[in-house]
Design a protein around this ligand. Sequence first.
Ligand code: HEM
Length: 410
Amino acid sequence: MILKWFDERLEIKKFKDKYLTKTFPTHPSFLLGEIALFSFITLIITGIFLGFLYEPSSKMVSLFGAMVPSAYASVVRIDLLPMGMLIRGIHHWSAMIMIAAILAHLMRIYFTSSYRKPREINWLIGLGLWSVTMLAAFTGYLLPFSNFSVTATSIAYYITKSVPWIGDWISRLLFAGDFPSSGTVPRFFFMHVMLIPILLLGLIGLHIVILVKQKHTEPLSNKNKKEAEGGRRLIGIPIWPEQGVISVSFFFFLLFLVVLIATYIPLNPIETYGPPSPGTPVMRPDWYFLIVYGFLKLVPGDLSFSILGGKITPETIGGIIFPTLTILVFALIPFLDRRKDPQNYIENPLRRPFMTSFGIGGGVFLCMLVVAGYIDVLHIVPATMTIYIIIASLAAWSISYTLLRLYNKK
Ligand code: HEM
């Protein structure tokens, strides 16, 4: 009755017949994109809860007799609420899972060559999604306005200022003047809860629309199946109700897991670092920023020069040039490794010695940069670490290439 009422006005049945009967592949690796999507939904739901309680201001207020920034005080109060700390924990762990899922999803696409024609545009949109998600994490860092947040964000402030020619302008735009200024917290809050989620929603929407239009790549094992020969390229289950029920159940399973993690691995109470103070805490960023942090540790501190009046500093090299080049290499992949015909089936990574070994070598390089983030603890000097990184990456590349060539000769 209610459905009929809506159908007469919105033609739901027509929409259902056109889109919800489409086929979804059943291969489990196709769930990685969904994990990223579901974590994003959890982030929005928990973010709305936090948004009602958080105060985006660095104005000093009294908290238990001490004067602290009101953003900091509001997070202390959230932690004291029943379930407050748990919701903050779910928000934090969902962000971790989303970033890990994006990276795993990206690797799945890379190693199975699903980025090839006609999916180059979705590969580029995916890279945009990855970058904007990192921005979401970065802007979220500052919001509790603890000593940790302020120290971590000040590193990013100096990196932003180091952009040649326009660094001052960009840093004023992002940080609302010098950092920290009274405008910084409201500016970051606006980016974290409004600008970035809207961007993410738009990009995810575009990503999915293109995916529906182009259809998924199919598992190789489907190539010779009867249905495929009979003209239906996609083999799988309909989006509704079969895949819909699986996806909704999977969402709740993921939510259950993240609640479990947030319960048993709670966040450090915000008081661990305390409100901003002149003392700089010993800190390391979360794992997903360690690649850039590790690279920064390897760049010699006195490496500075000028190009056309723009100053290049160690911060420019580690924090701007290196991440930009990394994204550029990723962006070029579908245009260098291309083929004329559309790539409708995923490829077996074992049959692509060059690309697979390049991916393994590149992966080892990035993982070694994470290790470089710990050179102070490991007591390794930057020059030695740089040599280790080069040797490990080249060894991983050449060994995997040789083994794959031998495998393909069999
Ligand atoms: C917020 C981040 C992202 C979300 C929510 C997301 C979501 C999805 C979903 C749900 C699918 C279909 C299921 C699957 O193939 O796993 C998909 C497919 C795809 N994604 Fe993503 N994705 C994200 C990031 C990325 C990134 C970082 C890349 C690569 C740089 C990428 C490139 C692609 C491509 C090329 C496809 C089509 C795959 C095929 O046809 O086999 N995505 N994405």
